[in-house]
Every structure is written in structure tokens, then in C-alpha cells.
Ligand binder design. Structure first.
Ligand SMILES: Nc1ncnc2c1ncn2[C@@H]1O[C@H](COP(=O)(O)OP(=O)(O)O)[C@@H](O)[C@H]1O
Ligand SMILES: O=P(O)(O)OC[C@H]1O[C@](O)(COP(=O)(O)O)[C@@H](O)[C@@H]1O
Length: 376
């Protein structure tokens, strides 16, 4: 349609720009990739040398670059775009949102999220079957979600077999009145079994405290997480060990990488096609410096600075989290005062955001240097 003659792939993430040769991508070579999990190009953490990346774009004569990944990747794309602009290069920089965590701000959802939620159902179902079959059976399922608990939240709502959902945004505590252990005991007495879904980033402060853990980071600068599923399982076992006549059977399931590795589902496949079309039309129309994705159901071009200014997180004073609490009947672990304070903070943030929009803040999604189209 646009008469493009050459499309190349960069292998191994950002560092692939300057440490590897490109691979030629043709309609034939990518024809079946939606039927596989993972990535044909490979991925990596770290390795963001902006100057070298833009040198490589320049040397290779690349005039459109499509960068696929999560919120860290979009941050990287944003600084590449700034450098491309600073050098005055004719190269469009486009971000495509792909992460199962759904932690990219502004957009309706990221590619991969639906698939992850769907696959998480299998693990929850297994945990439920195991828990139901044993005396005082407890199934603990860990799901991905480093800072954002969307997978855990949606999987919980979708499955309806979950008795308690723990996410990074909602602090919890174990001991004492209103604590998790009290709830577990009560639920076992009432139903004889239960399923707990925990997002990998939940309760990290609690674990760090109990283990005197010092922060370490991966190559991308992300905090290395401790295994909340193992920790929680042990705490629950320890609690019931102290009780006489209350034997439990706990099964811990960690399906995280199995979930990330599956092929995308039908809804994500369609979504991916729309993202690709939209991204391409945007770059061909002369835009640059944007992430493409639907916002309130409409495909939009969102300037990088809007995408990178914050992370998408579950708002625990919103209705969706209330629906989870309603469906599980779990404690909310917060006092009335905590909730009011959070609401107040959210209102203030919302007000500030709207004021910035009305003020007409920083740069807009800019037209590409070839300037064939696009309004500021
Ligand atoms: N603030 C940043 N500035 C520039 N590059 C970044 C930034 N954050 C992340 N990156 C780059 O994006 C890559 C992917 O980020 P990471 O957080 O690992 O994954 P994700 O894209 O899934 O969030 C990193 O390895 C790094 O090269
Ligand atoms: O953004 P992606 O690649 O879909 O995956 C996000 C998930 O990957 C992780 O960063 C873990 O991945 P790695 O073990 O490969 O570093 C999780 O913390 C996070 O929930």
C-alpha cells in the first residue's frame, strides 16, 4: 500500500541496535508468528545507549522505527525520539504497547494482557480443584504484576473461584484483627477450602522487613522481587502449625512464565493487527514521538511524554477494585481514614492532570520530519 521495500528487525532488545546485525523481515517470514509465544526477535533488559542506537538508525538509513514493549521500553523510545529530533533526522519513532502487566498509562490496555488473564484462569482453576479436594485446602497462585495488579484483579473477577486477591497497590497485613491470617481461618471454617491469588509485586515491603532484605535491581533498573507466593505460603503454614486440630493442605502454584509464554489469544491477535495498522498509518502520515493504542475505545496517537509521566496502576478507591472486594468478600485491610486519604490524593492528582491539560502543557505529538501530514 505504501510501497515499502525493506523492513528489518532488531534482535535482542535495545542493545541489538549496536551489537547485532539486522534480520530481514518479509510478509512470508512473519506470516505465522502470531501462532507462537515469545518473540522471534528476542528481548533483553538494560543496554539502552541512546547515542549508539540513534547512530545505528542513522548509519542504516532507517526512516521509521517501531519499538515494541512495556512502560520501560516506551521510556526508552521517548529518549530515542528526543535524540532523533535533536539531530534533525528524518526518522519516525513509534511505540507499540506490549506487556502482560498492563502498566502503561493512558491507554485502554496493552497487547498481551487479555491473553495473560485468560491463561491465568487455568492456574486458578487448578488451584481451586486441588483446594476443594483436600481437607482445609488452600491454593495459592502467584501471577505477574510487578507494580500493577491488573492481571490478578481481572483474573480474580473472571474466575470467581478466588477468595482473596492481593495486589501491589493494596497493602495488607497478616497478623491480628482484620489481618489475612484471621480471614484465611474464617474462610476455611466457613467453606473448607480457599484460593488466594497474589500478584508478584504485592507485599514486598512486608517480606523485605521480615527478611532484612536489601534492594537489588535487574539490568533495566527494576527492583528484584522476592517470591511473595513462597513467603505467603510459608507464613500460612507456620500459622496453622501452631494450631491444634486445624490441619491444612496448601498447594502453591507459580504459573508466571508459563502464562507469559503462551501464544496470544484471538482478542489479542485482532488487537495486534489494529495496533500495527494504526502505528504504520501514523508514521506514514508524518507523525513521530507517539505510542499507538486505543483510548476509551478509539485508536489514538499519544505523545510519549503522556505515556511516560506515570505508570498505570489499579486505583483501589475505584469501582473495579470494589467489585473484587465484593466478589471475594476479603478484608480491604484499610481503615476508613486510609480510604478517605487515598480518595483525597486521587482527586488532587486528577485535578492537577486536568489543569495541565487545560493549560495546554508541553510538546504535542509531532509531525514527522518529512512533514507530509499532521497537526501539532
Ligand atoms: N527511563 C528509561 N530511559 C531509557 N531507557 C529505558 C528506561 N527505562 C527502561 N528503559 C529501556 O527499556 C528496556 C525495557 O525496560 P523494562 O523495564 O526491562 O521492560 P518493559 O518495557 O517491559 O517495562 C530496558 O532494558 C532499557 O533498555
Ligand atoms: O512486560 P512483560 O515482558 O510482558 O512482562 C512483565 C513481567 O516480567 C517481569 O519483569 C519478569 O520478567 P523477567 O523475569 O524476564 O525479568 C515481571 O516482573 C513482570 O510482571
Amino acid at each position: 500500500m505504501y510501497g515499502v521495500t525493506s523492513v528489518v528487525g532488531i534482535e535482542g532488545g535495545y542493545k541489538g541496535f549496536y551489537s547485532r546485525n539486522t534480520v530481514t523481515l518479509t510478509p512470508k517470514s512473519v506470516n505465522d508468528i502470531h501462532k507462537r509465544g515469545g518473540t522471534i526477535l528476542g528481548t533483553s533488559r538494560g543496554g539502552h545507549d541512546t547515542a549508539k542506537i540513534v547512530d545505528s538508525l542513522q548509519d542504516r538509513g532507517i526512516n521509521q522505527v517501531y519499538i515494541i514493549g512495556g512502560d520501560g521500553t516506551q521510556q526508552g523510545a521517548s529518549v530515542i525520539y528526543e535524540e532523533v529530533r535533536r539531530r534533525g533526522l528524518k526518522c519516525a519513532v513509534v511505540g507499540v504497547p506490549k506487556t502482560i502487566d498492563n502498566d502503561i498509562a493512558v491507554i485502554d490496555k496493552s497487547f498481551g494482557f487479555d491473553t495473560a488473564v485468560e491463561e491465568a484462569q487455568r492456574a486458578i482453576n487448578a488451584a481451586h480443584v486441588e483446594a476443594e479436594s483436600a481437607e482445609n485446602g488452600i491454593g495459592v497462585v502467584k501471577l505477574m504484576g510487578r507494580n500493577s495488579g491488573f492481571i490478578a484483579m481481572y483474573a480474580t473477577l473472571a474466575s470467581r473461584d478466588v477468595d482473596c486477591c492481593l495486589i501491589p497497590e493494596s497493602p495488607f497485613y497478616l497478623e491480628g484483627k482484620g489481618g489475612l491470617l484471621e480471614f484465611v481461618e474464617k474462610r476455611l471454617k466457613d467453606s473448607g477450602h480457599m484460593v488466594i491469588v497474589v500478584a508478584e509485586g504485592a507485599g514486598q515491603d512486608l517480606i523485605a522487613q521480615s527478611m532484612n532484605f536489601v534492594d537489588t535491581q535487574d539490568a533495566s533498573g527494576n527492583k528484584l522481587l522476592l517470591d511473595v507466593g513462597l513467603w505467603l505460603s510459608q507464613k500460612i503454614k507456620d500459622h496453622f502449625k501452631k494450631k491444634t486440630n486445624f490441619p491444612i493442605t496448601l498447594k502453591y502454584i507459580d504459573p508466571t512464565y508459563m502464562i507469559r509464554a503462551v501464544r496470544s489469544n484471538a482478542s489479542d491477535n485482532v488487537y495486534c493487527t489494529l495496533l500495527a495498522h494504526s502505528a504504520l498509518h501514523g508514521a506514514m502520515a508524518g507523525y513521530s514521538g507517539f505510542t499507538v493504542a486505543p483510548v476509551n475505545g478509539r485508536h489514538a496517537y499519544i505523545p510519549f511524554y503522556r505515556i511516560t509521566e506515570k505508570q498505570n496502576k489499579v486505583v483501589i478507591t475505584d469501582r473495579m477494585w470494589a467489585r473484587v472486594l465484593c466478589s471475594t468478600n476479603q478484608p480491604c485491610f484499610l481503615s476508613h481514614e486510609d480510604v478517605e486519604n487515598m480518595k483525597h490524593d486521587d482527586d488532587e492528582r486528577h485535578h492537577l492532570h486536568n489543569t495541565q491539560l487545560l493549560d495546554g502543557s508541553p510538546a504535542k505529538c509531532s509531525p514527522n520530519c518529512n512533514g507530509s501530514a499532521g497537526a501539532e
